[in-house]
Ligand binder design. Structure first.
Ligand code: TYD
Length: 230
């Protein structure tokens, strides 16, 4: 969703970018890299994440990732993710866009489509219906889908975790992560105007270059045109 272009980045429309993908895809590293590059061009940018990103949504995050909601099944989890998302959008994302800041969110609604929908085998119509109820017409201007082979992602997630315990989703098996990867690729294929698939098995610097190229061609050039037109 495009902001009004006043405030933090005067005359240049604010944009909402989401990063999606399986475990260990490198989303949080990429979010910081993209914010740095936007900053070099003078754009202010909020980096946020889901589940969470606002105080109330962070409370729901704890419940979800500790596995307390899992026994209720994927539908209850989808409801909780959407409840957290409503607060995140209303309290953090929309206010930042309204101030004219860009927003980069590490995960957003496609995570519910992929994890609870495709992997949890919820009816796709139900998942989309919930999404519409939570978000209305609000959606990202650009979604970068970070694609990595399952083994690479799991090995990275294990490294990052170190001696700490795996969360509810990292504990899932290989079949779960394979299904997840396929789900993301299908989402990207179905919405090519919004989504770009990035080969995230590459080095972080190369991933950042590719992601930046996508962001530049999809959003910055159009932002510049909009700025010039003012
Ligand atoms: P997090 O520790 O943020 O992991 P990651 O670095 O992989 O993003 O945990 C978020 C977990 O929650 C992750 O396993 C994906 C899952 N999730 C869903 O199942 N549905 C959702 O809608 C969202 C936002 C996340």
């Amino acid at each position: 969703m495009t902001g009004p272009g006043r405030g933090a980045n005067p005359g240049r429309p604010a944009r909402f970018v989401t990063l999606e993908g399986g475990e260990g895809a490198g989303k949080s590293t990429l979010a910081l890299g993209l914010r740095r590059r936007l900053g070099e061009l003078g754009f202010e940018c909020l980096v946020t994440r889901e589940p969470g990103g606002s105080p109330k949504a962070e409370l729901i995050r704890e419940k979800l990732l500790s596995g307390q909601i899992a026994p209720f099944g994927p539908f209850a989890e989808a409801l909780m993710f959407q409840a957290a998302r409503i607060d995140h959008v209303e309290r953090a994302i929309k206010p930042a866009l309204a101030r004219g800041e860009w927003v980069i969110s590490d995960r957003f609604a496609d995570s519910t489509r992929a994890y609870q929908g495709a992997v949890g085998r919820l009816d796709p119509g139900l998942v989309l219906g919930l999404e519409r109820a939570a978000l209305g017409a609000f959606k990202p201007d650009l979604t970068l889908v970070l694609d990595v082979p399952v083994e690479v992602g799991l090995a990275r997630a294990a490294l990052r975790r170190g001696a700490g315990g795996a969360d509810r989703f990292e504990r899932e098996g290989r079949a779960f992560h394979t299904r997840l990867r396929e789900a993301y690729l299908r989402i990207a294929e179905a919405e090519p105007g919004r989504c770009v698939v990035i080969d995230a098995a590459l080095e972080p610097a190369a991933v950042e270059d590719m992601a930046w190229a996508a962001l530049e061609s999809r959003l910055l050039r159009t932002a510049e045109r909009a700025g010039l037109a003012r």
